[in-house]
Design a protein around this ligand. Structure first.
Ligand code: FMN
Ligand code: SF4
Length: 408
């Protein structure tokens, strides 16, 4: 099993040295949208941890619609900070790949920010021209990501942010951004087309993260504006479109953290929801194989398996159901996971307590409140969560999940 976990994967002419993927995890610790020393430390640690692929936390393409008060904004003003982040990462781990995730928070923008929507959600309704401007910001920001030295971008179309709101059947705008599938996928199609034209190197990696099923009426992964039950047909068309556009990978996720968070990041009582992520990933990978397409596939929610995560990775990779395995909370619980696992050292496995999510929701610096003393203090001092941070004893992981029981 070790062999497959630590086997390389080629994307374009770049090599991901192993299959451990650090998924995007917002730390809400920037300053004026720039990476702070704390931000840089987080990426230094991930580089030291030997993750094959690291996807940065969501970097905003907008200065006005932000989800986190200390969220990062990638623009020319802040470019030096991001160049420094890449330099630090590459110095520590020259083999690892680093992608920048780009987002517009849309209706999921924080109360301190401007909340905007396409029409179906909360917030001021964006005009046709404003959406055109947002598309241009995605293009400009992607090219800045390349200038900063990132290996590629993850175009965020998941988790209820503007990209996902755009794709979902409930987007029934009457202009060129809503209604038909062609209109709802325009941001991706035109945005990516322009990024492809504008990038300096053909090897600059292009991918996107999707919520295969959002769990809301008319959401991504349903068959129409009034449908609630899962129907993956159209999301699989998005995957086909991505491949047709010449993109390199699809990052498979699900849910909307603010509304259907248990789907995105299962917690201890709902950890079995992570099996849906396995099914989505397998379905996407099967489609790509069957239709002889080139997209690589990244799965999500591997933290849910705790110490059994490597076994689950081995099973999914071994059966050809995914190419890369993505961890979210585990990168907070132990940024050194791949290195420690390889060396046979004890790993601090995430216990799915949601402490980091609670800090993020409270707009505080967020990280692991179980294993990291700084975040334990943030949690303790927080008025929103007056109780003491959960102790390791109270959160003892339940019996490990047998890998054989993992696929329904
Ligand atoms: C505190 C926190 C911050 C997150 N930030 C992002 C983000 O910036 N972009 C994103 O696509 N997903 C984000 N996620 C979702 C994770 O990338 C991941 O999909 C989710 O935690 C499930 O994976 P896991 O079970 O391995 O944690 C975040 C999740 C948490 C808990
Ligand atoms: S705070 Fe809890 S959920 Fe978050 S990384 Fe730590 S153990 Fe995992």
């Amino acid at each position: 099993m070790e062999a497959i976990l630590f086997s390389p994967l080629t994307i374009k002419n770049k090599t991901v040295p192993n299959r451990f993927t650090a998924q995007a995890m917002e730390g809400n610790d920037g300053g004026g949208g720039r990476p702070s020393e704390r931000t840089l430390d987080r990426y230094r640690n991930l580089a030291r941890g030997g993750w094959g692929l690291v996807i940065s936390e969501a970097l905003s393409v907008s200065e006005t619609s932000l989800a986190r008060v200390n969220g990062l904004i990638l623009n020319r003003k802040n470019l030096d900070g991001f160049k420094r982040l890449v330099e630090i990462f590459k110095r520590e781990n020259p083999q690892g790949l680093l992608l920048f995730q780009l987002t517009h928070s849309g209706e999921r923008s924080g109360a301190f920010s401007e909340r905007v929507s396409l029409g179906g959600g909360e917030g001021r309704i964006l005009s046709n021209g404003e959406i055109e401007g947002i598309k241009d910001s995605f293009i400009t920001t992607a090219l800045l990501a390349e200038e900063a030295g990132a290996d590629g971008i993850d175009f965020k179309m998941c988790h209820g942010y503007l990209g996902a709101e755009m794709l979902r059947p409930a987007n029934i705008r009457g202009d060129k951004w809503g209604g038909s599938f062609e209109n709802r996928s325009r941001l991706l199609r035109e945005g990516l087309g322009a990024i492809k034209q504008g990038r300096r190197s053909e090897n600059f990696i292009l991918g996107s993260r999707l919520s295969m099923y959002e769990g809301i009426r008319g959401g991504c992964g349903t068959g129409g504006p009034d449908e609630l039950i899962e129907d993956l047909g159209e999301m699989l068309d998005v995957v086909r479109l991505m491949d047709d556009l010449g993109m390199d990978y699809v990052n498979v996720s699900a849910g909307i953290p603010a509304l259907t968070g248990a789907i995105t990041r299962p917690t201890e009582p709902s950890k079995y929801l992570a099996y849906h992520h396995l099914r989505y990933t397998k379905t996407v990978k099967n489609l790509i194989t069957r239709e002889n397409r080139g997209l690589k596939v990244i799965g999500s929610a591997y933290s849910s398996y705790k110490a059994e995560a490597p076994a689950m990775m081995g099973e999914m990779l071994g059966k050809g159901y995914t190419d890369l395995c993505g961890f979210g909370r585990q990168i907070f619980a132990d940024p050194l996971t791949p290195k420690k696992y390889r060396n046979g050292e004890a790993v601090n496995w995430c216990v799915l307590c949601s402490g980091c999510s609670r800090l993020m929701a409270a707009q505080l610096n967020d990280g692991c409140v179980v294993y990291n003393d700084y975040y334990k203090r943030v949690m303790k001092n927080s008025r929103t969560t007056p109780s003491a941070p959960p102790s390791l004893e109270s959160l003892a992981p339940s019996a490990p999940l047998p890998p054989s029981a993992a696929l329904p």
